[in-house]
Design a binder for this molecule. Structure first.
Ligand code: FAD
Ligand code: MG
Ligand code: MG
Ligand code: MG
Length: 469
C-alpha cells in the first residue's frame, strides 16, 4: 500500500512533462513575464495557459518570468522568508530554491523560459531587450522579444541611500549569493579571530557583527546569529564565544515598526536578554572597510569597528524600473516604484502590468502582497480571455487581505501580529515559534522544499549547524 501511495504521489508530482504540454500557439496572445520571484511565480501558477503563450525571463543573478514568456536572471524561485536561516547554516540554500522548470512543467502549455536580464522595455513598440547573463555565452547574447502583454515582477533593489562604501564593504540579505557571502565571511571572521597571536583589539573587531536596519530582515538575521553563537560557536570555539558581539543599528525610535508596541517591547526585551545591543535613533554616516561611523540621537559621532556588516535598510527601485518610468510619458511620478492602478495596470502604458516590490502601491513590500497581486492578475487574464470570447466577465478591483505579520527573534521565540476574528491578536513566545515554522512550511510552494527544510531543521538540531565555510 505504501508503495502504491508513494508511486501515485510521485506520478502526480511528475505529471506533465514538456512533451505532453501544448506548444506555442500563434493565434494566442503572448504574455512576457519578467521575474521568478513571489509575484511572478504566484501569477504563473494561477495563470490558465490554455488561453495564452508565456515567455519568462530572469537574469542569472536575478530571474524574471514572461507570461507566455518568463524572463529572469535566476532560473529558480527563492523562498526569501527563510534566507536569514541560511546565513548560519540552520538551513541549506538549496532547500529554499525551486528550479523554474519544476514549476513550468505543471502548466498545460509549454512556457518558454530565458535565463537573462531584461535591460530595456519599449512601451511604444511593445518589445523588451534581454541579455544573456551567464558566464558561458552562446553565439547570441542579446535579443529583442515582442509582447502582447507584459508583466513586470522584477522586485526591488537594496536601498543604500547613495552612501559610499555600502556596496563594497557591507553584505546585503536578499539573494542566494548574499547568504553565501555572509556565511563565508562570518566563519572567516571567526577563524581569523582564532589565528595565532591575533592582537586582542583585532579579535574584538573581527567578532563584532553589525546589522544595519531594524525591520524583519535585520531582526531575524540578528536572531539567527545569536542562536548560532549560543548553540554552536560556544561549543566549537569556547575561547572566542564570549567575545562575539552583535549590534543592531536602527535610525527610527524602535525596531519592527509594523508590529504592535507590546511586541516591539517584547522583541527589545528578548534582544537585551540575548545580549544583542540595539542602537535606535542612530544614523549610519560613513561606511569603511573595517568600521562605520554613526550619529546618535544626542548628536554624538561614534566609530564602530566591525568584522561583518549586514545591510538591511529596505528597498529602492531597480535601474530597469527607473528606466521604464522615465520612458513612460505620463503618470509615473513616484520615485518609489512603478505606479499601478487597482487592476495592476502600469499607469501611462498599454498592456503592461506590474506586481510585487517593483510596483508602488499602498501596501508594504512583502511576499504576501506580491502573492495576492500575482493571483489577482491571473484572474484578470482569465477574464480578458473570456471577454474576448464574448462572455461578460468583469472583475472587481484588487483588495489586499492582510493575514498577519511574523518575525523570528531568537532563542526559539517569535512575534506574530494576527488580524484574527475582530481585533488584532498579538502573541510572542515559544508557541508562536512553532506556529512560525509551520506557517513558513505551509507557504512553501513545493513538497520537495518542505521535505528538505524539515530535514535541515532536524539535522541542525541533532548534529548542530555546519560551521565549515
Ligand atoms: P522578488 O521575489 O524579489 O523577485 C524579483 C524577480 O525579478 C527575481 O526573480 C529577479 O531575479 C528578477 N529580476 C530582477 N531584475 C530583473 C531583470 N532586469 N530582468 C529579468 N528579471 C529580473 N515577505 C513576507 O511577506 N514575509 C516574510 O517573512 C518575508 N521575509 C523576507 C526575508 C528576506 C531576507 C527578504 C529579502 C525578504 C522577505 N520578504 C518577506 C519580502 C519578500 O521576499 C518580497 O516582498 C518579495 O520577494 C517580493 O516579490 P517580487 O516578485 O516583487 O520580487
Ligand atoms: Mg517576481
Ligand atoms: Mg522571491
Ligand atoms: Mg515585483
Amino acid at each position: 500500500t505504501i508503495g502504491a501511495i508513494g508511486y501515485a504521489a510521485y506520478d502526480i508530482y511528475n505529471k506533465r512533462h514538456p512533451f505532453e504540454q501544448k506548444s506555442f500557439d500563434p493565434t494566442k496572445r503572448t504574455i512576457v513575464l519578467l521575474g521568478t520571484g513571489w509575484g511572478a511565480i504566484s501569477f504563473l501558477k494561477k495563470l490558465n495557459t490554455d488561453d495564452y503563450n508565456v515567455v519568462g525571463i530572469n537574469v542569472k543573478r536575478f530571474l524574471s518570468v514572461l507570461a507566455d514568456v518568463v524572463i529572469s536572471p535566476r532560473n529558480y524561485f527563492l523562498f526569501t522568508p527563510l534566507l536569514p536561516s541560511c546565513t548560519v547554516g540552520t538551513i541549506e540554500l538549496r532547500s529554499i530554491m525551486e528550479p523554474i522548470r519544476f514549476i513550468t512543467r505543471h502548466k498545460s502549455r509549454n512556457v518558454k523560459f530565458f535565463e537573462s536580464e531584461c535591460t530595456d522595455i519599449d512601451p511604444e513598440s511593445k518589445t523588451i531587450s534581454i541579455t544573456d547573463v551567464s558566464d558561458i555565452k552562446g553565439a547570441v547574447s542579446n535579443s529583442t522579444i515582442p509582447y502582447d502583454y507584459l508583466v513586470v515582477a522584477i522586485g526591488a533593489d537594496n536601498q543604500t541611500f547613495g552612501m559610499a562604501g555600502v556596496r563594497e564593504y557591507a553584505c546585503f540579505l536578499k539573494e542566494i549569493w548574499d547568504a553565501q557571502k555572509i556565511r563565508t565571511r562570518l566563519m572567516d571572521c571567526v577563524e581569523s579571530a582564532g589565528f595565532a597571536s591575533q592582537p586582542p583589539e583585532e579579535v574584538n573587531r573581527l567578532l563584532h557583527m553589525v546589522v544595519v536596519g531594524g525591520g524583519p530582515t535585520g531582526v531575524e538575521y540578528a536572531a539567527e546569529l545569536h542562536d548560532f553563537l549560543k548553540d554552536d560557536l560556544e561549543l566549537w570555539y569556547p575561547e572566542l564565544a564570549d567575545k562575539l558581539k552583535i549590534t543592531l543599528v536602527e535610525a527610527l525610535p524602535n525596531v519592527l515598526p509594523m508590529f504592535s508596541s507590546q511586541l516591539i517591547q517584547y522583541t527589545e526585551r528578548t534582544f537585551k536578554q540575548n545580549k544583542i545591543e540595539v542602537m535606535t535613533k542612530t544614523m549610519v554616516k560613513e561606511v569603511a572597510d573595517k568600521e562605520i561611523k554613526v550619529l546618535k540621537a544626542n548628536n554624538e559621532m561614534v566609530t564602530i569597528p566591525y568584522g561583518l556588516l549586514v545591510w538591511a535598510t529596505g528597498n529602492c527601485p531597480r535601474p530597469l524600473a527607473r528606466k521604464l518610468m522615465a520612458r513612460i510619458k505620463e503618470g509615473q511620478t513616484s520615485p518609489r516604484g512603478l505606479l499601478i492602478d487597482d487592476y495592476m495596470r502600469v499607469v501611462g502604458a498599454q498592456d503592461m502590468y506590474a506586481i510585487g516590490d517593483c510596483a508602488f502601491s499602498r501596501y508594504a513590500p512583502t511576499a504576501q502582497v506580491a502573492t495576492q497581486q500575482g493571483k489577482y492578475l491571473a484572474n484578470i487574464f482569465e477574464s480578458l480571455a473570456r471577454i474576448e470570447e464574448g462572455q461578460n466577465k468583469k472583475i472587481a478591483p484588487f483588495e489586499y487581505t492582510h493575514q498577519g505579520s511574523l518575525a523570528y527573534i531568537g532563542s526559539d521565540k517569535a512575534v506574530a501580529d494576527l488580524p484574527f476574528l475582530n481585533g488584532n491578536v498579538s502573541v510572542g513566545g515559544v508557541a508562536t515559534y512553532v506556529f512560525w515554522r509551520s506557517v513558513y512550511i505551509s507557504y512553501m510552494f513545493s513538497f520537495r522544499n518542505k521535505f528538505l527544510v524539515l530535514g535541515d531543521w532536524t539535522k541542525s538540531k541533532v548534529f548542530g549547524r555546519d560551521v565549515s565555510r
